[in-house]
Design a protein around this ligand. Structure first.
Ligand code: GDP
Ligand code: IMO
Ligand code: MG
Length: 425
């Protein structure tokens, strides 16, 4: 069976940490969408690691990691990531498999990303500029390159054809760029990737499932950045929700079992787009500093705000979440009072729990419930039942509101600070 772990907010919920924590229970960890726009952080033995395209089960010796066909892969970043792992003696020939159907990001995709963003001016998406949108666009418009193509004799030809079409667009946008150095790096990385297991990922996964193996699908980004259900156009270019697992790995929905939904005890967002509970004041800045909310991929400061229950309920509904994991509870240690948005007030005075279609164009006023904070450190508490009563109440309130059990609570970046909790539901 396949369990899924995915983010319920705008990304950076702590997926990398939790996949690493859960990985010993799984034989396979597979990424099904996204690409190097992701930055998944893991911490253990006093060291921090950020993974972009390689699944977060890579540090667990017995875990097979698969990059699925739904991913867009940048070979240059792949090579850097692999070289960055050289101190860990990972046997990639046993532990890492990449689907031949994975879409390839080429250097002009990144340049196109920048050209499109520049052209948008004030309404820019705030993309990570990793070429994600252009690479997915080429896939959907049936002119993209797939990883398996690098093994074909006509790869260079296919590549040139695609680059030429990109050059025409870039000329239209009057966008200046340098390509030579990046192209050289790209072709070196393509040769490098040939040394890895390039496979028919859908067969590999289905064979594993047939043999009764437990598979964990690792989401990237968050449900509120989903191309269909996020605050379009301020979204990423893939289905980040559970639905993306079947198409992104080549598996049947009947194989899906548990859906772990992961959320921060508050909210963050990086890039543009609506954020109803955003704190633009000193409280927001304190939250950013305490949570060290700076992008794992781009280093950009993340926008911060209180927990948004209408948005959380929406994500839970879209994904069919069966268990919740609450992250970064420790960041709220600094507040005497904690707010939770329970409803939205729309410009016409309507109070609603639903995300309005025109969320990008209207002013939403959050309706808050205020709870007493615990205002104390959580360090060294290894048992959820020994947590301050205010944190227990905060957690129980959330799970009662959304109707799904919170089964884990995380209180620091380290692997070990992940407490199992007996749900009250
Ligand atoms: P991902 O993209 O969902 O994997 O999340 P990121 O790695 O981009 O961002 C999460 C950040 O929060 C990372 O810096 C983690 O090390 C950190 N983190 C994860 N869990 C906790 C936690 O419980 N408490 C604190 N303070 N930091 C955490
Ligand atoms: P992980 O997996 C947070 C955001 C960008 C931008 C929008 C579109 O680490 O949670 P893109 O580069 O995809 O064209 O950017 O989506 N974004 C993320 N925000 N975490 C991520 O990944 C993100 N990946 C993309 O900031 O607003
Ligand atoms: Mg991240």
């Amino acid at each position: 069976m396949i369990d899924i772990l995915l983010g319920l907010q705008w990304g950076d919920e702590g997926k990398g940490k939790i996949v690493d924590v859960l990985a010993p229970d799984y034989k396979v960890v597979a990424r099904f969408q996204g690409g190097p726009n992701a930055g998944h952080t893991l911490e253990f033995d006093g060291k921090k690691h950020v993974l972009h395209q390689i699944p977060s089960g890579i540090f667990r010796e017995d875990c097979i990691n698969i990059i699925g066909n739904g991913v867009v892969l940048d070979p240059i970043i792949f090579k850097k990531e692999i070289l960055g792992l050289k101190d860990y003696n990972i046997d990639f020939s046993k532990n890492l498999f990449v689907s031949k159907k994975t879409a390839v990001i080429i250097p002009t995709h990144r340049i196109l990303d920048a050209a499109y963003e520049n052209a948008k001016g004030k309404s820019k998406i705030g993309s990570t500029l990793k070429g994600i949108g252009p690479a997915y666009s080429d896939k959907i418009s049936r002119q993209g390159l797939r990883l398996g193509d690098i093994l074909s004799e006509s790869f260079k030809e296919k590549y040139e054809k695609l680059v030429n079409s990109h050059k025409q667009i870039l000329a239209f946008y009057n966008h200046e760029y340098q390509l030579e150095e990046a192209e050289k790096e790209f072709f070196e990385a393509v040769e490098f990737i040939k040394g890895f297991n390039l496979v028919d990922g859908e067969y590999l996964l289905n064979e594993q499932l047939k043999a009764g193996t437990k598979v964990l699908a690792e989401g990237a980004q968050g449900s509120l950045l989903d191309v269909d259900f996020g605050s379009y156009p301020f979204v990423t270019s893939s289905n980040t929700t559970a639905a993306g697992v079947c198409s992104g790995l080549g598996v049947s929905p009947s194989k899906i079992n548990e859906v772990y939904g992961i959320f921060k005890a508050y909210c963050t967002r990086v890039g543009s787009g609506p954020f109803p509970t955003e704190l633009l004041d000193d409280e927001g800045e304190r939250m950013r500093q305490e949570g060290w909310e700076f992008g794992s991929t781009t280093g950009r400061p993340r926008r911060t705000g209180w927990l948004d229950l209408p948005a959380l309920k929406y994500s839970i509904m879209l994904n069919g979440v069966t268990q919740l994991i609450m992250m970064k509870a420790d960041v709220l240690n600094i507040f005497d009072e904690i707010k939770i948005c329970t409803h939205y007030k729309l410009p016409d005075g309507t109070i609603t729990e639903e995300l309005p279609y025109d969320i990008c164009d209207i002013e939403i006023t959050p309706v808050y419930k205020t709870m007493k904070g615990w205002a104390t450190s959580l360090a060294g508490i290894n048992d959820f039942e020994k947590m301050p009563v205010e944190l227990q109440e905060y957690t129980s309130y959330i799970e009662r509101e959304v109707g799904v059990p919170v089964t884990y609570v995380s209180t620091s970046p380290d692997r070990t600070a992940t407490l199992e909790r007996k749900s009250g539901l």
